[in-house]
Design a protein around this ligand. Structure first.
Ligand SMILES: Cc1cc2nc3c(=O)[nH]c(=O)nc-3n(C[C@H](O)[C@H](O)[C@H](O)COP(=O)(O)OP(=O)(O)OC[C@H]3O[C@@H](n4cnc5c(N)ncnc54)[C@H](O)[C@@H]3O)c2cc1C
Length: 453
């Protein structure tokens, strides 16, 4: 395939190929017979609670609210029910790259003057899931809690109940840790909660990386325990070889409740307010029709980091001047809406060639026999992501020495793994540049390690 400078040819070929691969993959994986959602019946004119966005947060909120039998709960999700490729951990990366063409909002950053120089048009892709389960249906599944200082800081900003000691019991309650005893940090984990957490493969790469940490004077630890600074093996939100997004682990088991209505492939256009500025319902676009549904108690906005402020602003809640410029009637002048987006920067592309056989390459993992094994008993290479390992460190000399500011992440994949077909486009990287990560002569036959900082 010719390398296209502007990426147009490459991205057309990629879109075409994804269009061919995805239906075949779905047909094949349908045989895995993943449990389905219970159908919800016709939409009612009113509910007690309306949850906007069936992503990571929304699925938990809707599921927990519907535990109260007397409350009727509506969850509205813009995307479809998750297709089978999103369930399979061993192809999660590929699914994420492929999902760019169907399960993603396709947001990009504004072109940058001084950054993203290896990206097409100096514009980055902001991957956000548009599917039941949200971004957790397409993400890396790594189970990683924040640093305790993050939560304490939230409380200090004026949010009582969000400090570490207050949120820890909820981490414990939600978790179903499926590994062996964790020793000293066992009390920081739960067993039997809805969110399955399974230790990843800890092979030679992990062992070497952890040993490297020890040689540098770092502890090898459970980074979800009391201390975070150190080197750690990865745990994933996976149950018995299946991605455990909150849609899978919270919402699906609740979907048979008669008081919970799950409406997918429908978009909330606006939150409706009464004269006292109380949210009393939403306007939904469902199958080409616009309908209004009333909420007797609350509207919960869990549409994600971009869509939540966008929806609030479209509904008249945001900075007055900005709303007026866009001819939106102001319900409440709230200057903070849409401000202070924080994301973590990832530096990719640091690659090393490692000894053949140290860890299985992608081709060695995705084979007819691994598919057969997965379809038969959800085991084998497709039941888990490739080996990965992290170092949580503090790079800056300033501030609290226990407040991590970087994660060094090692995993046996480079962006050139698919010869630049989907991956660069999915992340917005210039294809020519991404192919520099490629190792000769057979990029797919040798194992590589990339690192993110
Ligand atoms: C590539 C990638 C890898 C990641 N890997 C990890 C990881 O390994 N571990 C980890 O902990 N975190 C990871 N994350 C981050 C994590 O997935 C997100 O922080 C988390 O999913 C955000 O949850 P949320 O509920 O806020 O939003 P989302 O999960 O994005 O949910 C928002 C939902 O709202 C829906 N929606 C939006 N607008 C509307 C509307 N108007 N009407 C109806 N529905 C609407 C969307 O379709 C979406 O389903 C990753 C993120 C990305 C992008």
């Amino acid at each position: 395939m010719p390398v296209s400078g502007n990426g147009v040819v490459a991205s057309s070929v990629a879109a075409l190929t994804a269009g061919l691969i995805v239906p075949v993959l779905r047909l094949l994986l349908n045989k895995a017979e993943f449990p389905q959602y219970e159908p919800s019946g016709p939409l009612a004119p009113q509910y007690d609670f309306i949850v906007v966005g069936g992503g990571t947060a929304g699925c938990v909120v809707a599921s927990r609210l519907s535990e109260v039998g007397g409350w009727r709960v509506l969850l509205v999700e813009a995307g479809p029910k998750p297709p089978p490729e999103t369930y399979v951990p061993g192809i999660s990366l590929a699914a994420s790259a492929l999902s760019h063409y169907s399960l993603d909002w396709d947001y990009t950053y504004v072109p940058q003057k001084n950054a993203l120089k290896n990206y097409v048009d100096q514009t980055g892709v902001l991957q956000l899931g548009r599917v039941l389960g949200g971004t957790a249906a397409i993400n890396g599944m790594i189970y990683s809690r924040g640093n305790r200082r993050d939560y304490d800081h939230w409380q200090a900003l004026g949010n009582p109940g969000w400090d570490y000691l207050s949120v820890l019991p909820y981490f414990v309650k939600s978790e179903d840790y499926r590994g062996h005893s964790l020793g000293e940090t066992e009390a920081y984990h739960g067993r039997g909660g809805p969110l399955a957490v399974t230790p990843g493969v800890a092979g030679p790469l992990t062992r070497a990386f952890l040993q490297g940490g020890l040689e540098m004077g770092y502890p090898v630890l459970d980074s979800n325990g009391p201390q975070q600074i150190g080197f750690t093996a990865t745990s994933y939100t996976i149950r018995d070889g299946v991605r455990c997004s909150t849609a899978e682990c919270y919402l699906k088991p609740a979907s048979s409740r008669p008081n919970l209505h799950v409406l997918d492939s429908a978009t909330v256009l606006q939150i409706l307010f009464d004269d006292t500025k109380r949210a009393v319902g939403v306007k939904i676009e469902d199958n080409g029709k616009v309908v209004s549904v009333a909420s007797l108690r609350e509207v919960i906005v869990s549409a994600g980091v971009v869509a939540s402020p966008k929806l609030l602003m479209l509904s008249g809640v945001g900075p007055r001047q900005h709303l007026q410029q866009n001819k939106i009637r102001v319900v409440a002048d709230v200057p903070g809406v849409g401000q202070n987006l924080q994301d973590h920067i990832g530096v990719y592309g640091l690659s090393w060639t490692i000894n053949k056989g140290s860890t299985p390459s992608l081709l060695e993992r995705i084979t007819p026999s691994s598919f057969k094994q997965y379809l038969t008993n959800r085991q084998g290479p497709l039941s888990t992501p490739p080996e990965s390992v992290s170092a949580w460190v503090k790079i800056s000399q300033e501030g609290d020495p226990q407040w991590t500011d970087a994660q060094i992440f090692l995993f046996p994949v480079t962006w050139a793994l698919d010869k630049g077909l989907f991956t660069p486009r999915a992340f917005g990287v210039d294809r020519k540049v991404s192919l520099h990560c490629r190792q000769r002569p057979h990029p797919l036959l040798h194992s590589h390690t990339g690192a993110i900082l």
